[in-house]
Design a protein around this ligand. Structure first.
Ligand code: CA
Length: 479
């Protein structure tokens, strides 16, 4: 552990100092190929921990392709998603809006798959629709999880092409379980014998879409379900993690390594087609690492929580034509920024899209703007069952897990170990009021999932397990 943390510190310090010395950076080669719209590949992984990539300090899972690609662009050291679990986080990314604005606070309950009001509504303009207006051909590949009903599937949300499954989880062999958990291509079921291992299948589909001869630029939303459960891997990827001495992590690591291998294949395809320089590749995880086998250190908590470990994710953008390499952007950014960033890069006028809540990050990355992109960031889970506000170094977290309102100074305490709420009641009040003001523009969740009961169950189990370890007859120190 010490070695790992030390390595992280060294790597992070190395990367950080790069951003402190802008004179050392290669200047962005702005506008070399004027007029050509960039291709865009938005890659999402599922439940991958902050520290489960080499570029954030991981030492056990091999991610050489992702590490190289990250080093060829900008890494966000405070890159957040807008929700600590799957479906709402994706709703935020795809609409560019805090998903609580339209009541998308929860995963979709399975028994409502025949209800087309359960999912991101068609009235929201997804980034795919905005990019189509800019002349893009669009593809959604992988996990959807934004509406189970066919009326809410990718073809209805601005995607010309779709290969993937509608639901939240899927076995990696493509075995159909029900209409939500089965593979489709453009709305038609794909037989299992045409599938191998989903991470590979998704990649092959993306490569075919990239390689298609077409004058139009492309947008691919490539949402791997890896490394989400169930724990399925191939011999090839397991071979690459055989040095990991914990079975669960070695399989999880193989799933991450599979994504890495596939990103390498996609990158080779871009190079072979002479597209690398003018293709934007975005990589991030949809939420913090899953409870088991993932690594969110040096941050506290995991998927589901609004501690940093649940919402801060591995995140980079590479665009050789417009963004210098070896950058680390250290100010907080959020996945809601992707929509305006990508739309502006595609030539769209984001001032017309008044619904968007993120920022075009390019001027900040390229140091044309020096302020922080956001004065405040907000999180709301299950209608305010949990919520959080980030302002400068401070983060207020109303935690249902801990049944209290917590305040942290992230600059001094990035692990969120020391609750300073009682000593800073004025800041607590200010951030709580900011939350209420922000929340007044949200609507109630339009449906619910079991997250609330799961949170209480999980916390109870944690505390009971801790208690069991004590010998109450011998240990008087507890009282
Ligand atoms: Ca997820």
């Amino acid at each position: 552990m010490k070695t790992k943390l030390l390595t992280f510190v060294i790597i992070f310090a190395f990367l950080s100092c790069k951003s402190d010395k802008p004179e050392l950076l290669a200047k962005p080669s702005k506008g070399i190929k004027t007029g050509e719209k960039p291709n865009i590949i938005l890659v999402l992984t599922d439940d991958q921990g902050w520290a489960d990539v080499g570029f954030n300090g991981c030492t056990d899972i091999p991610t050489k392709h992702l590490d190289r690609m990250a080093s060829e662009g900008v890494i966000f050291s405070q890159g957040y998603v807008s929700h600590p679990y799957c479906s709402p986080s994706r709703a935020g990314i795809m609409t560019g809006r805090y998903q609580a604005r339209f009541g998308h606070d929860c995963n979709m309950p399975y028994q409502l798959e025949n209800d087309d009001t359960v999912g991101t509504p068609l009235s929201e303009k997804m980034i795919s629709e905005a990019l189509k207006e800019q002349g893009y051909r669009t593809s959604a590949i992988g996990k959807w999880h934004l509406g189970d009903h066919p009326n809410l599937h990718p073809p209805k949300q601005g995607f010309d092409h779709w290969f993937g499954f509608p639901g939240g989880g899927m076995n990696y062999w493509g075995t159909a379980k029900d209409p939500i958990h089965m593979m489709y291509r453009n709305g038609k079921p794909v037989p299992e014998d045409q599938l191998s291992y989903l991470t590979n299948d998704f990649t092959e589909e993306a490569i075919n879409f990239i390689s298609k001869k077409d004058k139009k630029p492309f947008f691919i939303y490539l949402a791997y379900n890896a490394p989400h459960a169930p724990d399925h891997a191939t011999k090839q990827y397991l071979e690459n993690t055989k040095h990991i001495e914990y079975a669960g992590r070695s399989i999880y690591g193989a799933m991450v390594n599979g994504v890495d291998h596939c990103m390498g294949k996609i990158d080779s395809t871009l190079v072979a087609n002479n597209m690398k320089d003018n293709t934007i590749v975005v990589f991030l995880s949809d939420n913090g690492g899953r409870t088991e086998h993932a690594d969110n250190r040096p941050f506290r908590g995991h998927k589901g929580m609004i501690f940093e470990g649940g919402i801060r994710v591995p995140f980079f953008i590479r665009w050789p034509e417009q963004i210098a390499s070896k950058l680390v952007f250290e100010k907080p950014v959020i996945s809601l920024d992707l929509y305006p960033t990508l739309l502006a890069a595609a030539g769209g006028d984001i001032s017309l899209e008044t619904q968007l809540e993120g920022k075009d990050l390019l001027p900040y990355i390229n140091q044309e703007k020096s302020e922080q992109p956001h004065d405040m960031l907000f999180w709301r889970s299950v209608g305010g069952f949990e919520y959080a506000v980030r302002k400068d170094n401070y983060k207020l977290y109303k935690s249902a897990y801990k049944d209290k309102i917590l305040l942290f100074d992230l600059k001094k305490d990035s692990y969120e170990r020391n609750d300073i709420a009682e000593a800073n009641l004025d800041i607590v009040k200010e951030l709580n009021e900011a939350y209420k003001k922000w929340d007044s523009k949200n609507i109630a969740p339009k449906w619910f999932d079991p997250h609330q009961e799961n949170v209480l169950k999980e916390e109870r189990k944690l505390q009971q397990t801790r208690l069991k370890s004590i010998n109450l007859k011998k240990d008087q120190s507890s009282f």
